[in-house]
Design a protein around this ligand. Structure first.
Ligand SMILES: [Zn+2]
Length: 452
């Protein structure tokens, strides 16, 4: 017999709910939010957590773009380290990308290998994207995508240009359209790395330590052309499409127009595109290399405007680490270095620091980093402090300063584009289904699309 109405009540002077920021008592039963009460409301609970005066209660953040790389490249990252970094950054759900692990998540067997590798070591909840590659999108192979869909992946990632790893090939335009049609048949979601390989091939290759050389090798026109193809494909097939890690603002008018016309299209960008500018990247600082690239300050301002207007839906990390040696920090050669920014743990603080400076509130950051990514991926139990949702919560001190030290971050390899930055927004506690995350006793679950 329950002695109390609730397992836990969290009382906060400031809680960010879908209706906005308010004082609240969030009551938890069986790992779910059972009630959102007035802060002073009487409630019988086994445990009470009273937030300090400088703390705000947020829904746990939802990061739908993380490369965990295990199994196969576990020395780059892994489920234990990535999920601990997530929890330390207020992220309670991540969705793992299908590539850079070996095998990639392009078959049901690949998904099973991922789940087996992750089992028992995740400090937060983890879902999985599948991949659409030449091998599973050819004539007669579309059954593989459906099988993966039914096995619980949240959608399918496709590359329009080379992915950076041999075992995950890109799709040419014809194959891409065929994959979109096949995915649309079962109501799936297609998520796309949108850079056009023909444009990239015509650009001068990146050489040496000069960031401008790298930037010139991945021009805006590559994103623009690829996004035009994604829009045309979504329009023609009716398949829901999601643009991953938008970097170039030149594509925004195209995106805004397509959305206004009802094309089923959503768009994400990343903290590094919003908080760092090309002009600031030091010579040889390959920790800033990612694809598409961090562009100039004027481009960054346009991304912020699109985020404010809702043309960009959400902000996720694209956490894509490698080993230190593959980042070539020793030579600083932008052509040779692995492309990827490790932003999982510091994404919230980086975003909040810049968002606050631009006049946004925490409710905006929560919409971009919790509610919208959950909605786009179909994580119905995640992303909001609302009755019936999982009691995934982050306690943050928005005005507390944090200085980023790459060596102190919890992801596997101590490389960070944010190293040395002074940020605002300290994550003090993270609760997953009503229980505080304990790195030594991980209680994350492996999620599947068809399990709610
Ligand atoms: Zn990525």
């Amino acid at each position: 017999m329950a002695e109390h109405d609730y397992d836990l009540v969290v009382r906060a002077r400031r809680a960010v709910t879908p209706e906005g920021e308010r004082p609240a008592a969030v009551a938890v039963r069986g790992g779910r939010i059972a009630a959102v009460l007035d802060r002073g409301a009487p409630a019988s609970a086994a445990r009470t957590l009273d937030l300090a005066d400088d703390e705000v209660l947020l829904p746990g953040l939802v990061d739908t773009h993380v490369h965990v790389n295990e199994p196969g490249r576990t020395e780059w990252e892994g489920f234990a380290t990535a999920t601990r970094a997530a929890a330390a950054g207020g992220v309670t759900t991540l969705v793992d990308m299908p590539l850079n692990s070996v095998p990639p998540t392009t078959t049901a067997a690949g998904l099973a290998a991922k789940r087996a590798a992750a089992h028992g070591q995740t400090a937060v909840d983890v879902g999985f994207w599948g991949g659409a590659v030449p091998e599973n999108t050819g004539p007669g192979a579309t059954g593989v995508l459906r099988e993966l869909h039914e096995a619980g992946v949240y959608g399918f990632k496709a590359f329009l240009s080379p992915s950076g790893v041999e075992e995950f090939g890109h799709l040419d335009p014809d194959r891409f359209r065929a994959a979109a049609a096949a995915i649309g048949e079962f109501g799936g979601l297609l998520i796309v790395h949108a850079e056009d390989p023909r444009v990239l091939a015509q650009a001068p290759p990146a050489t040496g330590r000069d960031y401008a050389s790298f930037l010139a090798s991945r021009p805006d026109t590559a994103e623009h052309a690829a996004i035009a193809l994604v829009i045309a494909t979504a329009r023609a097939t009716g398949t829901r499409a999601h643009i991953l890690h938008l970097s170039s603002a030149t594509a925004l008018p195209l995106i805004a127009q397509a959305r206004a016309e009802g094309v089923p299209l959503t768009v994400e960008t990343c903290p590094h595109y919003l908080t760092i500018a090309a002009e600031e990247v030091p010579e040889g600082a390959t920790q800033f290399k990612c694809c598409p690239p961090i562009r100039g300050a004027a481009n960054r301002d346009l991304l912020w405007a699109a985020l404010a207007d809702g043309v960009i839906d959400c902000v996720v990390s694209d956490h894509s680490p490698s080993t230190v040696d593959l980042k070539r920090l020793d030579t600083g050669d932008f052509g040779a270095a692995w492309g990827g920014v490790s932003g999982l743990q510091v994404g919230f603080a980086a975003m909040w620091t810049e968002a606050a400076a631009r006049g946004h509130g925490l409710a905006d950051v929560v919409r971009w980093m919790a509610r919208r990514p959950a909605e786009i991926a179909g994580l119905a139990a995640k992303g909001a402090i609302a009755v019936g949702r999982d009691a995934d919560l982050a306690v943050v001190a928005p005005d507390a300063a944090v200085r980023v030290d790459a060596a102190a971050l919890r992801h596997r390899n101590p490389v960070s584009a944010y190293h040395g930055r002074e940020l605002r927004g300290q994550v003090r506690r993270t609760l997953l289904r009503g229980t505080e995350v304990d790195p030594d006793a991980p209680h994350g679950r492996l999620l599947a699309r068809n399990e709610g």
